[in-house]
Design a protein around this ligand. Structure first.
Ligand SMILES: [Fe+2]
Ligand SMILES: [Fe+2]
Length: 375
């Protein structure tokens, strides 16, 4: 989203400026742009020890915001030369656009990134004084390594790395938990209504619910418990919203999940054709079919419905499961299946029960498009 897209800044008088305090020794120094639907957050965390201080920049931010970021850092610590460390969640331009400016501001700066991120990021010709590649998941901190590294693979880059600061119980998550905002709504701390923008952002930029679930589980396992989620976009999540938004994130369908539903809708008439052909095949082979038949999508590859051996003619999509029975669908890797259920002898009542059993499983993983009796 470019600046100056729609309305003028004067229409939004409530725009916070300058470094914004998150908690003591942690500041958000990014620009609040009321004309944009995407705010980029850059953080400065100050670690104090033995009378000295070490300032670390988390996600240096977009070139579009450089002047504001520089000015805020100068207000806070004096100059870019006083920023001793820099971490990057992943290599997108809204995260690392200002990285070289920080390198030039302090030629001794230590940069921390995952190996996967650095492999790509080095093409920007960055010149950090020292490079530290994060070693995957860590469970402890030290003076040299004040954050725990929490990989959040595919959220949204393979090598995305969240950082946990157990002292302040703040988790810096990069794009994960980032959100879009309505124009002018650029407050720092999230409110419940802000979930809409978070969901929308994830639906666009995150690949699938599975990877979100993995990340949520990793976050839930952190000790001590996370109290603040500080993403690279939008609002900082605090208080009861941390648990609430983690729960919602666990259930959110995004990216491929949504695309796949769209394809299913487009392919529905094709599924119906196949369904009818299955009915015809069975009728030709076995006489009139009295069982239940359905078209369903199985996302997880779980075995859901079985048919008795021999009911399906060969080459119409029957798969054998471990127990030796024919499973009408469910082999790992099959995302869409045609299910045929004979319902044990073909009574209409049993068929009805079977359809009920199948359709009662229409959670996010199993979706029924159509269920009906054969013939
Ligand atoms: Fe990104
Ligand atoms: Fe981002």
């Amino acid at each position: 989203m470019s600046s100056g897209e729609q309305e003028t800044e004067s229409e939004f008088p409530e725009v916070p400026e300058g470094p914004l305090s998150v908690v003591e020794d942690c500041w958000m120094v990014g620009r609040r742009n009321p004309n944009s639907m995407l705010q980029c957050n850059t953080y400065i965390r100050t670690f104090r020890q033995f009378g000295g201080q070490r300032n670390v920049c988390i996600d240096p931010g977009s070139k579009l915001d450089y002047e504001v970021v520089r000015s805020n850092v100068e207000q806070l610590v004096g100059s870019l030369q006083e920023v001793h460390g820099m971490t990057v969640n992943h290599q997108d331009p809204d995260v690392v656009g200002n990285a070289q400016d920080f390198c030039e501001g302090n030629p001794e700066i230590e940069m921390i990134a995952s190996e996967e991120v650095w492999r790509l990021l080095q093409h920007n010709m960055l010149t950090p004084g020292r490079l530290r590649l994060s070693p995957g998941r860590t469970r402890s901190i030290s003076t040299q390594q004040p954050f725990q590294f929490v990989p959040t693979p595919f959220c949204h880059f393979r090598g995305a790395m969240a950082l946990y600061d157990p002292e302040q119980r703040i988790l810096y998550t990069g794009d994960l938990f980032g959100g879009l905002n309505r124009l002018g709504r650029v407050h720092l701390l999230a409110e419940e209504d802000d979930w809409q923008g978070i969901a929308q952002f994830h639906q666009i930029y995150m690949p699938s619910r599975d990877v979100l679930r993995h990340a949520v589980r990793e976050i839930m396992n952190l000790q001590p418990r996370v109290e603040i989620i500080a993403p690279q976009h939008g609002h900082i999540i605090t208080g009861d919203l941390v648990g609430l938004f983690l729960e919602r994130m666990h259930e959110l369908l995004v990216g491929y999940d949504l695309l796949s539903g769209e394809w299913d809708r487009q392919n529905l008439s094709g599924y119906r054709d196949v369904l009818q052909r299955l009915v015809d095949c069975v009728a030709e082979d076995r006489g009139e079919m009295k069982g239940a038949i359905c078209v369903m999508r199985c996302e997880t590859g779980k075995k859901v419905v079985y048919v008795k051996r021999g009911v399906l003619p060969e080459n119409v999509g029957s798969h054998t499961n471990k127990s030796g029975r024919d499973a009408s669908h469910g082999r790992t890797g099959y995302r869409r299946s045609i299910g045929l259920c004979n319902s044990n002898g073909g009574s209409r009542q049993l068929a009805s029960k079977t359809i009920h059993r199948i359709t009662s499983r229409t959670d996010g993983n199993h979706r029924i498009f159509e269920a009906r009796y054969g013939a």
